[in-house]
Design a protein around this ligand. Structure first.
Ligand code: PLP
Length: 310
């Protein structure tokens, strides 16, 4: 087997099909529908390490597991792997790996066997967790591009489903952004309204009101987006509006930021080279980041029950 590029994860334990196995033993065959057709439902969650308390907390594990079930239903899987079972396996995997640092967790249910594009089973499962901290873009902010690729439409490839195949669309936008010298991409819907980034949702601040594309704008129903809406409304006293967004509104915005499990809360400093506000992370974005990181690390009370201690 040719070695995979990147960090050495060989000491980690992985969950696959009900068993905990060594990293190198977790496999799918190249002929499985997961590989051939992207027939996978997956989640990406984060665990945050609170060094003071010596505690690892998973952020919104239940919400991620509920979405994993929804994706499987949308994809027509013959058997729906329960979120509860995957949550339990996730916690056991955390304990077995003994993480004492921030982690990224990827749970997956996928079509296994040798079927064609319409195969609905048998369903395989896997959970992988690797150490991962925040991107430097969280502090510095990023340069975003509005991609010439459009976001996939619900009537063709529902973005609401977190399916492996959907990331072909994200990939096109990411490749274009990197080629053109940007750090992030934003896609428009087929109707030309703002949708979301390759792996994150977007908010803009206009006249003191936070605006974000609605869940019918061909976005993934992001769990971080939902958390951010709660934080803005309930903790920072900012009005939030979910609606269709025009790209020209970015020119009227004083702040723009991305959010998502991977992107956390990342300021957008410019779009297509045009600065947002002063071209540096804005004050509301900074306040939101502080509230978000205090919450996920368990430094502020978890009033909403969003943290699952390992
Ligand atoms: C396309 C897309 N949009 C938004 C998000 C953010 O969703 P969440 O906050 O649930 O991670 C993700 C995943 O992280 C994504 O892949």
């Amino acid at each position: 087997m040719a070695p995979a590029a990147g960090p050495d994860y060989s000491g980690l334990t992985v969950y696959q099909n009900g068993e905990f196995v060594a990293w190198d033993e977790a496999r799918v065959h190249v002929f499985e529908p997961l590989v051939k057709y992207g027939a996978g439902a997956f989640e990406g969650a984060r665990g945050y390490w609170n060094a003071e308390a010596g505690q690892l907390n998973l952020f919104r594990l239940d919400a991620h597991m509920a979405r994993l079930e929804l994706t499987q239903r949308i994809m027509g899987f013959a058997e729906i792997v329960s979120g509860e079972a995957m949550a339990e396996a996730t916690l056991e995997l955390m304990r077995r790996n003994g993480f004492r640092e921030a982690v990224h967790v990827r749970q997956m249910a996928y079509v296994s066997g040798w079927g064609g594009s319409g195969a609905t089973g048998p369903i395989g499962t896997s959970i992988v967790a690797v150490p991962r901290g925040s991107s430097p873009l969280v502090e510095r902010g990023c340069r975003a591009q509005i991609s010439s690729w459009r976001r996939i439409a619900d009537a063709a490839m529902p973005a609401r489903a977190k399916s492996t195949a959907n990331y072909g669309n994200a990939r096109l936008a990411s490749v274009q952004a990197a080629r053109d010298g940007y750090e992030a991409s934003l896609m428009l819907t087929g109707h030309g309204k703002v949708s979301e980034g390759e792996g994150m949702c977007v908010f803009l601040l206009r006249d003191g009101i936070a605006i974000t594309p609605s869940v019918t704008s061909d976005i993934l129903e992001s769990i971080t987006r939902d958390a951010v809406i709660h934080l803005l409304r309930e903790d920072l006293d900012i009005e939030v509006v979910e609606r269709e967004v025009d790209r020209s509104e970015f020119h009227a915005a004083t702040e723009v930021f991305f959010c998502g499990t991977a992107w956390e809360v990342t300021p957008v400093n410019s779009i297509d080279g045009a600065p947002i506000g002063a071209g540096v992370p804005g004050p509301l974005t900074r306040r939101l980041q502080a509230a978000f990181f205090d919450l996920v690390h368990g430094r502020t009370p978890d009033r909403r029950g969003w943290l699952t201690p390992v």
